[in-house]
Write a protein that binds this ligand. Structure first.
Ligand SMILES: [Zn+2]
Length: 303
């Protein structure tokens, strides 16, 4: 049912590797519509799927509703083309213009981890804090930094790429540093992610398991799985401390598939505090409030 409103509603789309989420947010934050579809294989089919979702969502939104889209990767300020997406067919394409042409209305497109950060900073776990740093820890490691309610992009649109900063204070067991797909070696994402956890566990045990399986084994009491999670937590703490040493955020918000682990949320503050310069920093950490909906809610909040 279409509901009349005084303020414009916001349509959000979250493009992921396996699914596309849509939402309609009312001005008061209420949800008017939600839908999820599988991500098609080709760029053209992805554009069509997004257009169909926006059209369907539009039937539940005010006529002047805005459209915001979150996607992996980012827009190059130099070329205007999308880059660094793990949905490879999207790279090198002028996604915003292509979608605007299909929809016949303006859209805003943003990195998905930035959308997560925006949602959590505005009305999620980071609400009421001036500087909110966010990690999404799933298969990969995403980052976002919100300052006084606005995403920090920087002139190169590279702010808060925490996953591709070098892992701080590597210990003897961490050499040689693992090569990253970005061309460097030792990027934090190669260690602090489900993929990194799996590689680390395999290095010690010789067993190739996925991140969630390792978590399951740890919770069942397997010592080697727990040790791998403790190493993951220690590495995340080092990254967190390095960010404290640069901008000292008011709060860190943790989301993504591995954010259910207390080692990565409840235990992160004290661990990171010990790594910070003073050795005794009080680092505030919270788990994302909107769960897997943070990304699509943040996309809607791009306007
Ligand atoms: Zn990298």
């Amino acid at each position: 049912m279409t509901t009349s409103t005084t303020a414009a509603d916001r349509i959000g789309i979250d493009l992921g590797g396996t699914k596309i989420d849509a939402i309609v947010l009312a001005d008061d934050g209420g949800v008017r519509f939600e839908k999820r579809v599988a991500t098609p294989k080709t760029y053209a089919a992805i554009l069509t799927a997004i257009a169909d979702l926006v059209s369907e969502a539009g039937a539940h939104a005010s006529a002047d509703a805005s459209v915001g889209i979150g996607a992996p990767g980012s827009l190059s300020p130099r070329t205007g083309l999308w880059r660094n997406a793990n949905i490879l067919d999207c790279n090198g394409k002028p996604i915003p213009q292509d979608i605007e042409r299909l929809l016949g209305r303006p859209v805003r497109l943003e990195n998905d981890a930035n959308c997560f950060a925006l949602a959590e900073a505005l009305d999620g776990a980071g609400a009421g804090h001036g500087v909110v740093a966010c990690f999404t820890i799933g298969t990969a490691l995403g980052g976002g930094l919100v300052i006084d309610g606005a995403l920090r992009h920087g002139p190169n649109n590279e702010a808060a790429e925490f996953g591709h900063t070098p892992m701080p204070w590597p210990n003897d067991s961490e050499w040689p540093l693992f090569p990253c797909f970005c061309g460097k070696a030792g990027c934090v994402e190669q260690y602090v992610s489900g993929t990194g956890l799996a590689r680390d566990y395999a290095k010690v045990t010789g067993m190739a398991l996925k991140g969630p399986e390792i978590v399951e084994r740890a919770r069942a009491g397997e010592a080697q799985a727990q040790a791998a999670i403790d190493r993951l937590a220690d590495r995340l703490a080092r990254l967190t401390a390095a960010i404290v040493n640069v901008v000292d955020p008011d709060i860190f918000v943790i989301g993504g598939g591995l954010s259910g682990l207390p080692e990565l949320v409840e235990e992160l503050g004290p661990r990171a505090g010990r790594y910070a310069f003073s050795g005794a920093a009080q680092v505030k950490v919270a788990r994302a409030r909107h769960g897997e909906k943070s990304g699509v809610r943040g996309a809607a909040r791009l306007w």
